[in-house]
Design a binder for this molecule. Structure first.
Ligand SMILES: Cc1ncc(COP(=O)(O)O)c(C=O)c1O
Length: 387
């Protein structure tokens, strides 16, 4: 049997190997502390689960959803943006409902680009951006995220050809994997570049709900002119621990939103209506559960950073997301360091080079186990005398 070039183009899942290695170690009876993955460990808040249970008893929820999702959820997304960010969104033309934002990020190049057109991606970055590149057979070039620039791309380093050719750019703050956050100045620069060079901007706001030290992460759409050039993707996966539910949305530029809706008209018949109703409840009701979640992650972050400092591991505290981006010990590559921690300390971390070549020299740690286990992981690493 012969399969499509499109299928052959798809990148291999870098982290599949890590998952296998961890599974093998666990099957050998080892007590692995797995800090390698990005799956929220807390349950979905009860009031959201109850909203799903109630909605699921309504026979109307068992029918096909309207193609583009239910109005109640679009209105909830618009109200959420007004309340949380003071951004005006038209629920009917400026919101697209989707099965989590991974699908939006992957389908967007298909909707907006022709083969071989150029996309700009952050390096390091969320590996699934490359799935969209592969499926749409577009080209991509990377924008390095360097510690000395607070992990923001330096647009002065883009070449004239890159600026001329690029059609689409992805950004993501709070950032996976570095934990960095964006500034208003940076987003203003982004809008200026997008206007000058005619580049559509997609801001992946997956960790928008998770900012530390009292700093609420800013939305790209809070910056003047942002809606003229781009959209923002918002997922319920992280803010409300709903990763398995598969629900998110895009808001912003109505032309891009329409392109997403058109492609989705052909791929899906939107989400299970009861999930949409419960997602609307998550957005509309009290956000106290989000404050509690942020405090929990912040406590874990502080415990991790303190434990690292105690053993002489010089790490910077992430400002948002639920990841910490830690430099590897001298003399090791990211992969070697991650292998060593798994083999000798039963601690799994994600090697930074899996997020792009500028991730070399770092490993990503998820704040997705409790403080006791996080500290235990660092205590085990201390015994290796690496720092
Ligand atoms: C940066 C980033 N963007 C998008 C997603 C996709 O989230 P979802 O498809 O659950 O909405 C993730 C999930 O890990 C992520 O880390």
């Amino acid at each position: 049997m012969e399969f499509s070039n499109r299928l052959k183009n798809l990148p291999t899942q870098f982290f599949a190997t890590l998952v296998q290695k961890v599974a093998l170690a666990v099957s050998e009876g080892r007590d692995v502390i797995n800090l390698g993955q990005g799956n929220p460990d807390q349950p979905t808040p009860e009031h959201i689960v109850r909203a799903l249970q109630d909605a699921a008893t309504n026979p109307l929820a068992h029918k096909y959803s309207p193609f583009r999702g239910i109005n109640e959820l679009k209105q909830a997304a618009a109200d959420f943006y007004k309340r949380e960010y003071n951004v005006e969104i038209d629920p009917y033309t400026e919101v697209a409902i989707m099965f989590g934002t991974k699908i939006g990020l992957v389908e967007l190049p298909l909707a907006m680009m022709n083969e071989n057109e150029l996309m700009l991606l952050p390096d390091p970055g969320y590996p699934d951006y490359l799935s969209g590149v592969g499926l749409a057979s577009v080209r991509f070039e990377t924008m390095p995220l360097l510690e000395e620039n607070n992990f923001l791309p330096d647009y002065s380093k883009l070449t004239e050809i890159q600026k001329e050719d690029a059609k689409l750019m992805y950004l993501n703050y709070p950032n996976n994997p570095t934990g960095a956050t964006a500034t208003k100045d940076f987003f203003e620069e982004t809008v200026a570049l997008a206007k000058e060079s005619d580049i559509a901007i997609v801001h992946d706001f997956a960790y928008g709900g998770i900012g530390f030290d009292g700093q609420k992460p800013i939305s790209f759409l809070q910056v003047k002119g942002a809606k003229d050039v781009g959209i923002e993707m918002y997922t319920l996966s992280k803010t409300y621990n709903m990763a398995g539910w598969r629900v998110g949305f895009a808001v912003g530029n109505p032309k891009i939103i329409e392109a997403i809706n058109i492609i989705q008209d052909h791929l899906f018949v939107s989400l299970f209506p009861a999930i949409q109703t419960a997602a609307a409840a998550a957005l509309n009701e009290s956000q106290e559960c989000v404050n509690e979640l942020v405090s929990l992650y912040e406590g874990r972050r502080n415990a991790l950073v303190d434990a690292c400092s105690r053993i002489g591991w010089n790490v910077k505290a992430p400002k948002g997301s639920f990841f910490a981006w830690l430099p590897v010990a001298k003399g090791y590559t990211s992969q070697e360091f991650a292998n060593l921690l798994l083999e000798k300390a039963d601690v799994a971390v994600a090697p930074g080079n899996g997020f792009g070549s500028f991730g070399e020299g770092y490993v990503r740690v998820g704040l997705l186990v409790d403080e006791v286990r996080l500290v235990e992981a660092i205590n085990r690493i201390e015994k290796l005398n690496l720092f």
